[in-house]
Design a protein around this ligand. Structure first.
Ligand code: PLP
Length: 491
């Protein structure tokens, strides 16, 4: 960008909207030389811009050798959807000012819920008046769910008919005792939501023995402990695909323990939020729906997955479903005269401003519509199965070199977690080797992986879900990792 000023001047001169005329035969007339030069100048500007950005793009998540973290999706239909959304820019907060934005969102999220095999309670047409809403991120989704859960809990546990002062005192006392819970494998966003809301957060430890998944037993122990301390658990995040190792919590066990807990207390059940930010995408495959026991989710209160991670939709598209939409509406509706209108008061329309923290919102359902219509369910399934298969092949390759590598978890949802081994080595030595290998991989500039630590064991996460990754990239990656590992061992 050597001379931004002159570029701007050229563009301002030649880019004034001057529609191309239609010739008599209906075809567009040839572009004028000015229009041609404007286009050339735009292309020139954009390639100069890319040249400036390129050295900074070290972490391109669309690169086939990006094996770090989780994928961040991008696809041609996703990009087109974003473009249309930008074109139709607006602050589409209620139905009356944006009926199409509202209604398409309801429709595509019902489609998605059905594709993922979610129980009917999460459909807008379901028996419990649930439904879906698009949020910016999984963190925003868990915060929104927690706000609704707090409101619901207080409504259920603070008796009616108190004097206002007395009621306020009781509410304050209760808030100081309320606890949000998540396992040690749960994403930090649950803790962050509790911090934002000024509530307590406690972790339920899970270990290798549990497969890093939360079990009913561990939850039961924690609930008993909290009760003993006079605290009130009101919110729990369970995870489908934890960030570290893609573990899936024991939904059946958790549901059972909470059923008992509810019976023993009067009112004030624990709201369960299912965080399926990454691995939720894999539910497009019926075999994954069966394996993860997706029917049990109907006992829970909210479910969230990020289409922008593993389902070919550009950032941002976090799809949050709730079993009863009135829980959101009761917690998040603020009346202000300017938003009053007959449609809303009639109760026949959805005003998504009442389902989220911000007021305004974008036309994000368009990109989901583009993606679903373009790929179709089969296309989405093929894409997910390919990523899972690559993870399995990578794990097979690791197993073929037991003198070098040991798999700690997986392959699970296109993620393998492994470490380096040697002959008769202690954990400490293995940690040292694995750390050195990880550093070699990431400074080599050919690919990127993420390190993690599991019960004191240093490990490398290798993810195979990027859209552009092919089998040849996995093979090349393994070959390189073997070379680095041999060098590490002999140095
Ligand atoms: C990535 C991730 C999140 C956070 O996602 P954002 O949309 O960036 O907030 C939360 N939970 C899990 C399990 C994740 O993998």
């Amino acid at each position: 960008m050597s001379s931004p000023k002159s570029n701007r001047a050229t563009c301002a001169r030649s880019c004034r909207p001057k529609p191309r005329r239609r010739a008599k035969n209906g075809r567009l007339s040839k572009p004028t030389s000015r229009q041609r030069s404007c286009r050339a100048s735009l292309i020139g500007t954009s390639s100069r811009l890319m040249a400036c950005l390129e050295p900074l793009l070290t972490a391109c998540r669309q690169h086939p050798s990006f094996h770090a973290f989780f994928p961040c999706a991008s696809s041609y239909p996703g990009i087109l959807g974003e473009l249309y959304s930008a074109t139709l820019s607006g602050a589409c907060f209620n139905w009356i000012c944006s009926p199409a934005v509202t209604e398409l969102e309801t429709i595509v999220l019902d489609w998605l819920a059905k594709i993922l095999g979610l129980p009917e309670v999460f459909l807008s047409t379901g028996p419990t008046r649930g439904g879906g809403v698009i949020q910016g991120s999984a963190s925003e989704a868990v915060l929104t769910a927690m706000v609704a859960a707090r409101e619901k809990y207080l409504r259920e546990t603070v008796p009616e008919g108190l004097e206002e002062q007395e009621r306020q005192d009781l509410l304050a006392k209760k808030r100081s005792r309320m606890v949000a819970l998540g396992s040690s494998g749960a994403h930090s966003s649950t803790k962050k939501a509790a911090i934002i809301l000024g509530l307590r957060f406690e972790t339920i430890a899970v270990t290798a023995e549990d497969g890093y998944a939360l079990s009913g037993k561990r939850l039961g122990e924690k609930l008993a402990e909290l009760r003993g301390r006079g605290l009130e658990p009101f919110f729990l995040t369970v995870t489908l695909g934890t960030t570290d190792v893609c573990a899936v919590d024991d939904f059946g066990g958790v549901a059972e323990v909470l059923e008992t807990h509810k019976r023993e207390r009067e009112g004030g059940e624990v709201w369960v939020h299912v965080d399926a930010a990454y691995a939720g995408s894999a539910l497009v495959c019926p075999e994954v729906q069966t394996a993860t026991d997706v029917r049990v989710l109907e006992k829970f209160h909210s479910f969230d997955m990020n289409m922008h991670k593993w389902l070919l939709t550009n950032f941002d598209a976090s799809c949050l479903f709730v079993r009863d939409r009135s829980w959101f509406v009761k917690a998040l509706t603020i009346n202000q005269a300017v938003y009053n209108n007959e449609a809303s008061e009639g109760g026949l329309v959805t005003d998504y401003r009442e389902w989220q923290i911000p007021l305004g919102r974008r036309f994000r359902s368009l990109k989901i519509w583009f993606v679903l219509r373009t790929y179709g369910v089969k296309g989405l399934q093929e894409y997910i199965r390919r990523g899972i298969k690559f993870g399995e092949s990578f794990a097979d390759m690791l197993r073929s070199r037991p003198e070098l590598f040991e798999i700690l978890t997986g392959p699970s949802f296109a993620l393998v977690v492994f470490r380096m081994v040697g002959v008769d080595q202690s954990d400490e030595e293995k940690n040292k080797l694995t750390k050195a290998l990880c550093e070699k991989i990431n400074t080599g500039g050919k690919m990127w992986v993420t390190p993690t630590v599991l019960d004191g064991r240093f490990a490398i996460r290798f993810m195979t879900g990027v859209r552009t990754t092919e089998k040849k990239h996995i093979d090349a990656a393994f070959e390189l990792i073997v070379r680095y590992a041999e060098e590490t061992q002999s140095s």
